[in-house]
Design a protein around this ligand. Structure first.
Ligand code: NAD
Length: 566
């Protein structure tokens, strides 16, 4: 990847302030700031290697490519479009002002060759890059980006199983990395108790420092003793333990300490560079990976097999088990022939799909000024616009109280399609409101609105977002491709298409968009179009698969679906 860029060392994150600093207009400047925000040492997990989060999810292919992207963005005109292929700038064409300023394709391979083996060969030759989801599309905003999704998932679990509250309930999990680090805070926000195993001590420390985790325990005994006290008192509590999660789950079984809920967010989607085998410290395992990658992979998969078996055993003993989108079930089924690996569900069919049917997904925005006041002003706008939405109101209160900003101040809110009397969707209403606030100067600089790739109509991922679709279309990837094309047609400012996010190369296709709200009429037009068509894809994709909620949303909100008869 080369030596870390001098520019990157100088920036240490996004340039901020209310004036353009680098580029000709705000659309280009927004791309420039978001890319640097992704690589902010406060935001990214290993920025010196260009790694943003999620195993090896990168923002640029090499440090030379990073420098070249910055130069291209500095020189990009308002009617030009830059092309980025797996984290490297490869071309620029004159298009038109309403078109995207940047189009990105990361990690995509043709079906027959679409696996880690072929990918790693090309990666070693510097010809491709793993973009994960928001890493390669410059939309990662730190652990704050995933926190609401994790909170909503656990809130839905609590609604289904425990009278809407996790007080007195123990959640046991693995991983305290970029996204997995949101788990303890999401549990305590729902009033529960969380024990998380993590092999890298600095990751545990980082979550404590950023208030995502309350405590660091030296042993499982200590963690259990503290957790029990909190459970009895009905108090929220979270603790990280430095150990391999497979060992921890087996130890819990041995002692007959059965948690209420078990899940996992280690980077199991990548057996070589994401997941840690048992029997080594993290540093020892890192050495083994360098010296003998084949042995590493075998041991990593052996540990995963024990890990999944322990989850199944805990489920048998009464714990509620679900996979949290890291493909650990797929890994042991494919590589170890474990036929019953899928005997516990994924989180999407269990808790998220009803929201996708209504076009609801993780809408998020970042204040390009760098000023937290701008986000607080948008929080007020949310409260004014959607006062009847109780869970959203509760979320805004919790987020203000408990979620620390990382890098550019940002917020996430799950918003959907539902239209008002004028036919404007929930997402578009809010984006148009932000644009007005920028125009009037109440928000001090433009705001960029983006989202996770995990959204209602933007992903095909049979072991995650499209697991167990009603009509069996789990692996049909036409939908995300249509989604990206439609985002481009609607004038999003960045559009990207990636392979392999979340669950590993060959297991998913997904897309992302950015819209820059600079207060202009053009921004209003783009926002209205993108935030109608983008959640609209979620409605039609799920209506096509026969989901009642989606058919109902389509009817209520006038989404035109040919050949659909209610
Ligand atoms: P990350 O690589 O930043 O963090 C993973 C952490 O797990 C690391 O800190 C690592 O040290 C730890 N770890 C790995 N193997 C371990 C083991 N055996 N025992 C204990 N700790 C271990 O990745 P991330 O961004 O946190 O994402 C983690 C995984 O969860 C990915 O597979 C990602 O795709 C998935 N994920 C899915 C969703 C979702 O909404 N579906 C959300 C977050 C994460």
């Amino acid at each position: 990847f080369g030596k870390p860029s001098e520019q990157w060392q100088e920036y240490q994150g996004a340039p901020t302030g209310t004036d353009l600093t680098e580029c000709q207009s705000w659309r280009q400047e927004a791309a420039f700031r978001m890319l640097n925000n992704n690589l902010d040492p406060e935001v990214a997990e290993r920025p010196e290697d260009l790694v943003v989060y999620g195993g090896t999810g990168r923002a640029a292919r090499s440090w030379d490519a990073y420098d070249a992207i910055l130069d291209e963005l500095r020189n990009l005109d308002d009617d030009e479009t830059l092309l980025v292929q797996s984290g490297k700038p490869v071309g620029k064409f004159t298009t038109h002002e309403r078109a995207p300023r940047v189009l990105i394709a990361n990690s995509n391979l043709v079906g027959h060759w679409d696996d880690w083996e072929h990918f790693h060969e090309l990666e070693a030759e510097g010809k491709i890059m793993y973009g994960q989801m928001t890493a390669g599309s410059w939309a990662y905003i730190g652990t704050q980006g995933i926190i609401q999704g994790t909170y909503e998932t656990l809130a839905e679990l609590a609604r289904q199983h425990y009278d809407s509250d996790l007080a007195g309930k123990l959640v046991v999990t693995g991983g305290l990395g970029g996204m997995s680090g949101a788990q303890p805070l999401a549990v305590t926000m729902n009033h529960g108790v969380c024990i998380a195993a993590e092999v890298q001590p600095d990751r545990i420390e980082r979550r404590v420092e950023t208030d995502y985790l309350m405590d660091y325990a030296d042993s499982l005994d200590e963690a259990l003793a503290n957790a029990k006290e909190a459970l009895e008192a009905g108090e929220p509590y979270s603790v990280g333990v430095e150990m391999n999660v497979a060992d921890m789950l087996e130890a819990l079984l041995e002692r007959d300490e059965i948690p209420d809920i078990v899940t996992d967010q280690t980077s199991a989607h990548d057996e070589l560079e994401g997941y840690y085998p048992s029997g080594y410290t993290a540093a020892e395992a890192d050495e083994l990976r360098e010296d003998d990658p084949e042995k590493y992979v075998e041991e990593s998969l052996d540990t995963m097999e024990r890990h999944v078996q322990a989850i199944l055993d805990l489920q048998d003993e009464g714990a509620i088990a679900f996979e949290y989108g890291n493909n650990i079930r797929g890994q042991v089924k494919n590589h170890r022939g474990m036929e019953n690996a899928f005997d516990f569900p994924g989180f999407v069919p269990a808790y998220i799909r009803p929201m996708f049917c209504r076009g609801r997904g993780p809408f998020r925005w970042a204040a390009l000024s760098g000023d937290p006041e701008d986000i607080y002003r948008t929080d007020e706008a949310i409260r004014d616009l959607f006062p009847e939405n109780e869970s959203l109101m509760r979320w805004i209160d919790l987020a203000q109280e408990q979620v620390s900003f990382q890098g550019l101040p940002s917020r996430v809110c799950w918003l959907g399609y539902e239209t008002d009397d004028e036919g404007i969707t929930e997402r578009a209403r809010f984006a148009l409101k932000i644009n007005e606030l920028v125009a009037s100067g109440e928000v001090s600089a433009p705001v960029v609105v983006t989202r996770d790739h995990l959204d209602a109509g933007s992903v095909a991922s049979p072991n995650r977002e499209t697991e167990a679709m009603r009509d069996g279309t789990d692996a049909v990837a036409d939908w995300p491709i249509l989604n990206a094309l439609l985002n481009t047609a609607s004038g999003a400012d960045i559009v990207s298409v990636h392979d392999g996010g979340g669950v590993g190369i060959g297991n998913s296709l997904h897309t992302n968009n950015h819209v820059v709200l600079d207060g202009s009429d053009l921004a209003a037009k783009k926002a209205r179009a993108v935030f109608t068509t983008d959640p609209g894809m979620g409605v039609i994709r799920h209506a096509d698969a026969g989901y009642e909620d989606a058919l109902d949303e389509a009817e209520q909100s006038n989404v035109h679906i040919p050949m659909q008869h209610h």
